[in-house]
Design a protein around this ligand. Structure first.
Ligand SMILES: Cc1ncc(COP(=O)(O)O)c(C=O)c1O
Length: 355
C-alpha cells in the first residue's frame, strides 16, 4: 500500500483491521445505553431479516445494472464493477433508505408526514418515496444545494424550506418543522432504517456479481457505507469494505484514526453529497467493518468523473466519482483484485459542470 494510502503500518490501530466479530464488541467503549438498543436491533438482523428489508423496498425501486469497462480495468489494474445507482429512481441510491424508513412508520405517523434536511439527493428520495406512499414530505435544503436537486425535489411534491448552508441551520429548521407539524424526522444517514435500506444496493450487487475482494463506497454522513457493511458482513463476509472521501472533507478518515467522531471544518469539495459528518449510529458500524478510507483530491474527482462520462457514456455525479478516483489512485493496492464500486448517484447540475 503506497504512501498516499490511508495509514502507515505504524499508525494502524486494531480498529482498522478488526476480526469480524459481534457488533457488541465496542458497545461500552463507544456508547451509552441508547446505543445498546441500536446494537440489539442490528444484532437481530440476520440473513432472513435483511432479505426482508430488501423484499419490502424492492417494489418501490429499480434493480440497477452492474457495468464493467475494460478500459477502466486497464487503468485501475484490477476488475472493476460499477453498481449503477445513478440509474436509480430520483437518480441516487437514497430512495432505498427513504422507502425503508417510511415503511417502518405507523399509519398515524405517516399521516403527519416526514421531515428531513439534505443538500439534494435525500431530499429528492424522501419526496418521491413519500409521494409513492401517500405521505407529506417537508424538506430543509441549504441555499447552495444544486439546482437540479431542488427542482427534482419540487417535482416529487417535496415541501422545501431553505436554510443557511450549515449543519446547525439545517438541524434547527428541521426540528422547528418537526415540532410544528408532528412529522417524523428521517436523518439522511444516521437513521437505522435508512442505513438498512441503503445497504440493499450492496445486497443487489452481491446477487449480480460474486467473489468481490473489495467494495468501495463514497462516505458522507456514513449511511451508505454502514448499510453496505451490514449486508456484506452477512452475505459476503470475505469482501472488505473501503470508504472513499475527498481530502477536503476527510472526517471519516480522521474519525477512524482517532477512534471518535471528527467533524469537517470546511465544505470545500465539489462532491456535494459528502460534505456532511459521520453519525453516532453509523460510526460504530464503520469502525467495526471498514478496512480503509482512501482520500482523493478535487482534481482526481473531476478526472474520474470525466473518464466515466467519456468512456462509459454514463452520467455520474462528483460524489460517486470519488469512489472511482479511489480505485484509480491506489492501483498497487487493488492490483489483480475484484472490486465493486457503488456509483451512488447521477444528479449533476448541467449548468455548472467542472469540465
Ligand atoms: C450521490 C451520493 N453519494 C454518496 C453520498 C454519501 O452517503 P452517506 O451520507 O450515506 O455517506 C451521498 C449523500 O448525500 C450522495 O448524495
Amino acid at each position: 500500500m503506497g504512501e498516499k494510502f490511508i495509514l502507515s503500518s505504524a499508525e494502524r490501530s486494531p480498529i482498522f483491521y478488526p476480526e469480524r466479530q459481534s457488533l457488541f464488541r465496542n458497545e461500552k467503549a463507544f456508547f451509552g445505553s441508547r446505543t445498546f438498543s441500536i446494537f440489539t436491533k442490528i444484532n437481530f438482523m440476520n440473513k432472513k431479516d435483511l432479505q426482508e428489508v430488501y423484499n419490502n423496498v424492492k417494489p418501490h425501486i429499480h434493480k440497477t445494472p452492474v457495468l464493467h469497462s475494460r478500459l477502466i480495468d486497464d487503468l485501475a489494474e484490477c476488475k472493476v464493477y460499477l453498481k449503477c445507482e445513478n440509474f436509480q429512481k430520483a437518480g441516487a441510491y437514497k430512495i432505498r433508505g427513504a422507502t425503508n424508513a417510511i415503511l417502518k412508520l405507523s399509519e398515524k405517523e405517516r399521516s403527519r408526514g416526514v421531515v428531513t434536511h439534505s443538500s439534494g439527493n435525500f431530499a429528492q428520495a424522501v419526496s418521491l418515496a413519500a409521494k409513492n406512499l401517500g405521505v407529506p414530505a417537508y424538506i430543509v435544503m441549504p441555499t447552495n444545494a444544486p439546482k437540479i436537486k431542488k427542482s427534482g425535489t419540487i417535482s416529487y411534491d417535496g415541501i422545501i424550506t431553505e436554510c443557511e448552508p450549515t449543519i446547525a441551520a439545517r438541524e434547527r429548521e428541521s426540528s422547528r418543522i418537526q415540532q410544528e407539524t408532528g412529522a417524523s424526522f428521517l436523518h439522511p444517514s444516521n437513521d437505522i432504517d435508512v442505513i438498512y435500506g441503503q445497504g440493499t444496493a450492496c445486497f443487489e450487487l452481491l446477487s449480480q456479481e460474486t467473489d468481490f475482494d473489495y467494495i468501495i463506497c463514497p462516505v458522507g454522513g456514513g449511511g451508505l457505507i454502514a448499510g453496505t457493511c451490514l449486508f456484506a458482513n452477512e452475505f459476503s463476509p470475505k469482501t472488505k469494505i473501503i470508504g472513499a472521501e475527498p481530502f477536503e472533507v476527510d472526517d471519516a478518515y480522521r474519525s477512524l484514526k482517532s477512534g471518535k467522531i471528527e467533524t469537517n471544518a470546511t465544505a470545500n469539495t465539489i462532491a456535494d453529497g459528502l460534505r456532511t459528518n459521520l453519525g453516532s449510529n453509523n460510526f460504530p458500524i464503520i469502525s467495526e467493518h471498514v478496512s480503509h478510507i482512501i482520500r482523493v483530491s478535487e482534481d482526481e474527482i473531476i478526472d474520474a468523473m470525466k473518464l466515466v462520462w467519456e468512456r462509459m457514456k454514463i452520467i455520474i455525479e462528483p460524489s460517486s466519482a470519488v469512489a472511482v478516483a479511489a480505485v484509480l489512485r491506489e492501483t498497487t493496492f487493488f492490483k489483480g483484485k475484484k472490486v465493486g464500486i457503488i456509483i451512488s448517484g447521477g444528479n449533476v447540475d448541467l449548468e455548472n459542470l467542472p469540465f
